[in-house]
Every structure is written in structure tokens, then in C-alpha cells.
Ligand binder design. Structure first.
Ligand code: PMP
Length: 290
């Protein structure tokens, strides 16, 4: 597997970064995971816009050789070209660069840019068919979940907690000024509920990473005639939902059919993937091959 480190194409096993890189020392970096279908980057412009928003929030300097969209595409496609699979997951991360350890970031640093791509690992059909089990957990992460940071300790701990219970994801809740607990997101996904036929997600604020699938699902709902709304969602709303759905680059959309050990939903569909999920899944499959 070939990767790109600071513009140099080399085998992944030979890519080396200094131990003084602020990504290693402080987790001072941001990343993107971009799905590639049929060798085409899916929703690339949205991913690049989010990366730039994140770099700006952290006041990173300009990246050498990556001034334009075309610069990025050339570099990313070169890595995609080094893989045999047509469907891949492209990963890129930018850390602030190499410096003596000091919390205050020196202004003259050259960021480290790393790009790799791996064959896509699609969710197995039987898992998709059954839906996944999730657990609820307190969202004890920091208050800047809007930044797609490589500092993922809170997310890793939440996911570990889920994995310990044989669950696919931890669905996180946080108390707010208006009580709570309110739904934020999953450890590595956005979380949706279906209520009275509408797809509902929490408002996008500093506690939630605005997934690229948030905008995509808004569009797919419009196409499908499904009402779409972002508004505060309580834990009780989630536990009473007709459907619970995860979204992320890797999982696309995925139905949650058990929550804390209990089946999700009502009536004949209790514990089974629901109709809104089914329609969004089909719409997603069309969109990604367009
Ligand atoms: N929230 C978190 C914390 C995530 O890690 C991810 C996956 N990157 C998402 C949401 C979903 O974002 P996207 O749709 O861009 O994959």
C-alpha cells in the first residue's frame, strides 16, 4: 500500500514522522475520512470544505503545495491509484508540525500532511439486514465536538465501552442548560431517530460533528418526501423512537435495532430495520454511484 507523506509517495510501512510532531505529542491535528466508490471521491467538496473550516478553527498555517482544490485532488487521486480496490476509504490528516514541546504553537511551523487509502470494508449484508445493537452512554467528551480532531480519546473510550457490551456504537447524551440528557452523536457517527415518519437529528452545535452525511441525508429526505428536522432530542425520544439510524462515511446509514438490550421500535417492526431506513439506504446506494 502506498501512502503520501508531505507530498512524497511511499510504502505505508516506510512512512515515518518525527516523535516531536505535535500530532504525536498533543493530538494537535485534524482529519477526514472520505469514501471512494468506483475510484471516485464521494462528496469530496463537502469533505474539503469541512477540513478547511477545521484548519481555520485551529489557526493552522497554509499547507505547502495544497493551495487549491486541484492540488488536493491530484494528491488524493495518486494515493487512490496505488490501491487495487475500486471502493476505498481515503484517510487524510493534517497535524501542526514538528517543534519542541510547548503548548503555545510556534507560528512558523510546516504542517504534516498524511494521506492513505484502504479497501472499503462494507458493512456485511447480514449485519445490515439485522441491524446493530447500541448502548447509551454519557457524553463526557470536550465541548468542541464540532472539530474533527485526531484527539479522539473520549470517542475511543466511549467506543470501548460499547464494544465491551458487544455493541456496535455508543449513543451519547449530554445534559444542557435546558435539562437533558440530550442526544449528541455516536462515538464515530451521527445518530438519527424516526418519529411520525420524519427523520430527526440533534442541532449541529459544538457538541456534534457535522457529518458529511447530515447534508446528504437532508437532500435524500427531500428527494424521498421524508420530513427532515434538526432539533433537540431527549433520551426519552430516542428510547421511544420508531427507528434509530446511524450515519457515517464507513457505515453509510445503518439501522439500530437494539438499544441497551431492548428492541427498538414498535409493533411488527420492533427490533427490525424500519421503512425510513430502507428508503434512505436505497437512495444512498443510488447517490454514491451517480
Ligand atoms: N460524528 C463523529 C464523532 C464521527 O467520528 C463521524 C465519522 N467521521 C461522524 C459524526 C459522521 O461524519 P461523516 O458523515 O462525515 O462520516
Amino acid at each position: 500500500t502506498l501512502c503520501d507523506l508531505n507530498g512524497e509517495l511511499l510504502p505505508l510501512s516506510q512512512a515515518k514522522v518525527s516523535v516531536m510532531d505535535r500530532g504525536f505529542i498533543f493530538g494537535d491535528g485534524v482529519y477526514e475520512a472520505i469514501p471512494v466508490y468506483g475510484r471516485r471521491l464521494f462528496r469530496f467538496d463537502e469533505h474539503l470544505a469541512r477540513l478547511h473550516r477545521n484548519l481555520d478553527k485551529l489557526r493552522f498555517p497554509d499547507l505547502p503545495g495544497l493551495a487549491s482544490r486541484d492540488d488536493w485532488l491530484t494528491r488524493l487521486r495518486r494515493v487512490v491509484g496505488g490501491q487495487a480496490a475500486d471502493d476505498q476509504m481515503l484517510y487524510l490528516q493534517v497535524t501542526r508540525g514538528v517543534a519542541m514541546r510547548d503548548h503555545v504553537p510556534p507560528v512558523d511551523l510546516v504542517p504534516t500532511v498524511f494521506i492513505m487509502s484502504n479497501p472499503m470494508k462494507p458493512v456485511p449484508p447480514e449485519v445490515r439486514h439485522q441491524g446493530v445493537a447500541c448502548v447509551t452512554a454519557r457524553d463526557f467528551r470536550w465541548e468542541r465536538g464540532d472539530i474533527k480532531s485526531t484527539s479522539l480519546l473520549g470517542n475511543v473510550m466511549a467506543r470501548q465501552l460499547a464494544a465491551d457490551q458487544g455493541a456496535a456504537e455508543a449513543i451519547l447524551f449530554r445534559d444542557g442548560p435546558q435539562g437533558g440528557p440530550w442526544l449528541t452523536e455516536g462515538s464515530s457517527s451521527n445518530v438519527w431517530i424516526v418519529h411520525e415518519g420524519a427523520l430527526l437529528g440533534p442541532p449541529m452545535n459544538e457538541h456534534v460533528l457535522e457529518g458529511i452525511r447530515v447534508g446528504l441525508l437532508r437532500e435524500l429526505c427531500e428527494e424521498e418526501g421524508i420530513a427532515f428536522n434538526l432539533r433537540p432530542i431527549s433520551e426519552a425520544d430516542v428510547l421511544a423512537a420508531d427507528e434509530v439510524i446511524l450515519s457515517s462515511a464507513g457505515r453509510e446509514v445503518l439501522p439500530v435495532t437494539r438499544l441497551d438490550g431492548d428492541p427498538v421500535g414498535h409493533g411488527a417492526l420492533r427490533g427490525k430495520p424500519g421503512p425510513v431506513y430502507g428508503r434512505l439506504y436505497e437512495a444512498y446506494q443510488r447517490a454514491k454511484r451517480e
